[in-house]
Ligand binder design. Structure first.
Ligand code: GLA
Length: 523
């Protein structure tokens, strides 16, 4: 993981305060190509290849050893490496990785058994998980062996022990904290967005089941991540899983895979054999302008502003917030060629817009009014757009909002979630908000240039026996619902960022589609 250091110079006395913000980790992981069939020589060769291929130079700095290194626990319970695969133990491998100027990652399970013991018949994975050995393993992995990253899987804790995710990962985090290595990075691998608590414990969390070397899998993971942009913040990232680039995807599918992992600020872990990676795939992985989107210091995930006819337009701020510079992706997951057109106003941009194609790394002719591109099936174009003006936003979709009580674990019925809904403006509504004050839909960045009075129009699906409370910067109003699925209310916004919440203390709120804002005057 690369860290950016921001120096804030305070005039009086010129005191420099360094503040660290993390970006998604970049590197290589053994799982996609080798599964549990890994060994010392193989890992060293891949580490060498990462350096030789120039990937290290553009930011890929982690070599992550996934499942398959486990041997047995000795009489004291200490984990030993697989005697045939890693005859010299795991420390020498980490030392070698470090000697190349790289960081080393390792793997375990929150329960007693690993996923490999269940799915890959790796008998050594039985009893190899962290369960009952939290502090012992943490000390060994991070202090004795010197690893810098750990991915913590859930097969043993889930399928076998049926533990609750939040307390289980919290206990593990506490054990790792005792090792006193603040640089150790944790990835929660629970194959679904685990809940907003995860940000207290981990730098990233998987949001889907395992990726496979197929177009259907890439498309599915993008779809799953579309409504999760609000959870990518403050140096915490939605993990879309390891890359399948350099294997069997077509050229355009690889563009989608890499381009959208960059737009959505996912960790970038190469998953192919780097000693034989095709030139074309290597060049893609080394595209510095796309990497810059992934490693952008704002650390934001692009969100869908236009969903039309099976195509998507995604956008995010880069470099600085709320300027006329933004990254935009026009994504066509369908099986036919599409002409995708998006008005600049939908991107909150106006005036002449200069476009730079980030795959070709070339400037295009400036446009006005809208951005239009013909996009091949299973393909994407990604532009850095620099317009003349940034407009005040007028629309806030429910699928852009933060839901404090959201998780995707599917353990309880009727929990708040982003429901696919054809009639909704962005293709989704938020269902099952309400029931208590905290179970809200929260838009944290409702922006007003100058502050003032606005007319807010809330759109929702028609339903009976629902109530709606709209809370603007902490001040709550009860909103009467009407039969025609829209309700309008006056609100006052401060200049800059405002917070809007929708909830209901006594019953469910209706399924919320979005709200729009129209300025009506000064405060
Ligand atoms: C799970 C994870 C994978 C991989 C395997 C190892 O399936 O999701 O990414 O780590 O376990 O067994």
């Amino acid at each position: 993981m690369k860290s950016m250091i921001f120096l804030v110079l305070m005039a009086a006395g010129s005191v420099a305060v360094a503040q660290q913000r993390k970006t998604p980790i970049m590197g290589w992981s053994s799982w996609n190509t080798y599964r549990v069939n890994i060994n010392d020589t193989l890992i060293r060769k891949q580490a060498d290849a990462l350096v030789r291929s120039g990937l290290k130079e553009v930011g890929y700095t982690y070599i992550n050893i996934d499942d398959g290194f486990f041997g047995y626990r000795d009489a004291q319970g200490a984990m030993q490496a697989h005697p045939q695969r890693f005859p010299g133990g795991m420390k020498v491998v980490a030392d070698y990785i470090h000697s190349l100027g790289l960081k080393a990652g390792i793997y375990s399970d929150a329960g007693a058994v690993t996923c490999g013991s269940i799915w890959d018949n790796d008998r050594n994975g039985i009893g190899a998980g962290l369960y009952g050995h939290e502090e012992q393993d943490a000390w060994q992995y991070f202090r004795e062996w010197g690893y810098d990253f750990i991915k913590i899987d859930y097969c043993g804790a889930g399928q076998e022990l049926d533990l609750d995710e939040q307390p289980r990962y919290t206990a593990i985090r506490k054990a790792i904290d005792k090792v006193e290595r603040e640089d150790v990075e944790i990835n929660i691998c629970r194959w679904a967005f685990p809940g907003t608590w995860a940000k207290e414990l981990a730098a990233s969390w998987r949001i889907s089941g395992d990726i496979s070397d197929s177009w259907a899998s890439v498309k599915h993971i993008v779809e799953k991540n579309l409504p999760l942009s609000a959870y990518c913040r403050d140096g915490h990232f939605n993990d879309m899983d390891m890359l399948e680039i350099g294997r069997s995807l077509t050229e355009s599918e690889e563009r989608v895979h890499f381009g959208l992992w960059c737009m959505m600020s996912s960790p970038l872990l190469v998953g192919c054999d780097m000693t034989t990676i095709p030139e074309r795939s290597l060049a893609l992985l080394k595209n510095r302008e796309l990497i810059a989107l992934n490693q952008d210091t704002l650390g934001l995930q692009a969100y869908p502003v236009q969903v039309l006819d099976g195509t998507y337009v995604l956008v995010k701020d880069i470099e600085r917030r709320r300027t006329p510079v933004r990254a935009v992706a026009l994504y066509n997951p369908t099986d036919t060629v599409r002409r995708i057109s998006v008005p600049l106003a939908e991107l909150e941009l106006a005036g002449k817009a200069r476009l730079r194609d980030l795959f070709a790394q070339e400037d295009l002719k400036a446009v006005e009014d809208s951005i239009v591109a013909t996009v091949a099936p299973h393909d994407v174009v990604i532009y850095r757009v620099e317009a003349e003006r940034r407009l005040e936003p007028t629309r806030y979709e429910a699928e852009w909002a933060y839901l404090p009580l959201f998780n995707d674990l599917g353990k309880r019925k009727k929990e708040i979630f982003y429901a696919v809904e054809g009639k909704a403006s962005g293709g989704r509504v938020v269902r099952y908000a309400g029931g208590c004050r905290e179970n809200a839909i929260v838009w944290n960045g409702v922006w007003s240039d100058k502050g003032g009075k606005y007319e807010m129009t809330v759109s929702y699906l028609p339903t009976e026996n629902r109530g709606l409370e709209v809370v603007v910067n902490g001040a709550s109003v009860q909103v009467p619902l009407s039969a025609d699925s829209v309700v309008t209310l006056p609100v006052v916004l401060h200049p800059g960022n405002n917070t809007v919440e929708m909830t209901c203390r006594t019953q469910w709120a209706p399924d919320i589609d979005r709200f729009t804002l129209k300025r009506t005057g000064d405060e």
